[in-house]
Design a protein around this ligand. Structure first.
Ligand code: ATP
Ligand code: MG
Length: 158
């Protein structure tokens, strides 16, 4: 359905703020004005739940998680940046594959199946977006995705 992504994202983050571990800080960097997108909310919530839980789960030393929305020409750019252990450069694409879990020793006791990001990728691509990761080992990880904005004049996508 047609949704103001900014307001919707605030609601998702509010929910995390109520349940997150104390040592993690969620920092919002969202635009003040509404940004209309066409959204399957349930599916988008699945994506955000996974990406934000990953940021919390793989940031054992806590730190700040920055949640950002930027308006680009025809897209929204959403990013979730953590200060966790990071992901090796050659694994950055693999984490979107089914059942892939980087660094087995490290993630073994953290739980999970390695499906979260593979499902997230399917959902984002079905909504005509792209998803990818950036990371510096030891410094942190950023998961980014795009979503097409609605075109008011043509009443559709750009
Ligand atoms: P699931 O989401 O199914 O519960 P999972 O979290 O292990 O399990 P994904 O969300 O698909 O699976 O993530 C795949 C792998 O990518 C993780 O096991 C982890 O190794 C790595 N990863 C994902 N997000 C981060 C992050 N923010 N920092 C470091 N590593 C990450
Ligand atoms: Mg996950």
């Amino acid at each position: 359905e047609r949704t103001d992504f900014v307001r919707y994202f605030h609601e998702v983050i509010d929910r995390f703020d109520m349940n997150k571990p104390e040592h993690v800080i969620l920092q919002r960097q969202l635009p003040k004005s509404a940004l209309e997108v066409w959204l399957d909310k349930d599916k988008m919530t699945q994506v955000l739940d996974n990406v934000i839980s990953n940021a919390i789960k793989y940031s054992p030393e806590g730190g700040v998680i920055r949640l950002k929305v930027e308006k680009q020409r025809h897209h929204l750019l959403v990013s979730v940046q953590d200060q966790g252990l990071g992901i090796a450069y050659d694994k950055l694409e693999k984490i979107f594959e089914r059942f892939y879990r980087a660094d087995k020793a490290r993630t073994r006791n953290l739980g999970g199946t390695g499906l979260g990001l593979a499902i997230s990728k399917e959902i984002i691509e079905a909504q005509h977006g792209r998803i990818w990761a950036k990371s510096k080992e030891g410094k942190g990880t950023t998961i980014l995705f795009t979503l097409p904005l609605m075109n008011e004049k043509r009443r559709g996508y750009y």
